[in-house]
Ligand binder design. Structure first.
Ligand code: HEC
Length: 210
């Protein structure tokens, strides 16, 4: 290729890469429909995986107790949008438009060849948290975050309205989290980052129990 053809190709390449970036950004950020409802992302399993909690019973993720009075065992898988993750690695903080998915799956005992362990089974719920200060405000108890539950009769709904700030999501996430409104104390690699960069909330007490 001569120098001239290389030069002529450059604007086209720049345009193509800008286009690919903006397409990628759409899948990596929260999307709201005209009614202001959050659309459930279909590709969150391609986001950054942070942790799987086992039997961390709280909020609606806690399934109702069964006849024997015990709650069904569940895993909570946490995913975050890749651009937000990259920003957190640099600054220890979540940028606006950060989105988390909490995927709740029933834990199965002794499935297949397993005798004593627990493995992940059927989907039980999908919840989300979105940081968007302009949309959710800052002084109404939300801290700029909106909380969502994709409840549906046949599997998770495709859209969800932001839960009202009176929902327990807001108070528990505001009061008990290590960084911003998020449970970074349970995301081991990110907790290290936050401690190193000094972004753990001064009010956070790791010894505090509910
Ligand atoms: C009593 C406290 C409590 C309540 C109430 C609660 N959560 Fe959480 N939430 C947690 C804990 C603890 C985790 C960490 C889960 C893990 O490590 O598996 C979490 C994690 C999450 C995450 C992952 C991102 C983050 O913030 O760390 C989302 C999304 C989430 N919760 C949504 C909700 C929604 C939606 C509601 C209300 C419908 C809710 N939660 C109510 C305690 C709570």
């Amino acid at each position: 290729m001569t120098k001239n053809t290389l030069r002529a190709g450059t604007p086209l390449l720049a345009l193509l890469s800008a286009l690919t970036c903006s397409l990628a950004a759409q899948a990596d950020a929260p999307s709201f429909n005209a009614a202001g409802e959050l659309e459930r992302p279909s590709d969150f399993r391609e986001w950054i995986y942070l942790t799987s909690g086992l039997d961390m019973f709280y909020g609606p993720a806690a399934l109702a107790p069964t006849a024997d009075g015990k709650r069904p065992s569940v895993f909570t898988n946490v995913y975050v949008t890749p651009p937000a993750y990259r920003e957190f690695l640099k600054s220890g903080t979540w940028p606006d438009k950060t989105m988390f998915i909490l995927e709740v799956r029933r834990a199965e005992s002794a499935a297949s060849i397993d005798n004593v362990g627990k493995s992940q089974g059927a989907l039980a719920a999908i919840e989300a948290a979105v940081k968007d200060v302009a949309r959710f405000g800052k002084n109404d108890g939300s801290n700029g975050w909106g909380y969502f539950s994709f409840d549906g009769n046949n599997g998770p709904a495709s859209t969800a309205k932001a839960l009202p700030t009176s929902a327990t999501c807001y108070s528990c996430h505001a009061a008990n989290t290590a960084v911003d409104n998020t449970f970074v104390q349970y995301y081991p690699t990110l907790y290290e980052v936050a401690k190193r960069l000094g972004t753990v909330k001064p009010t956070f007490d790791p010894a505090h129990k509910l």
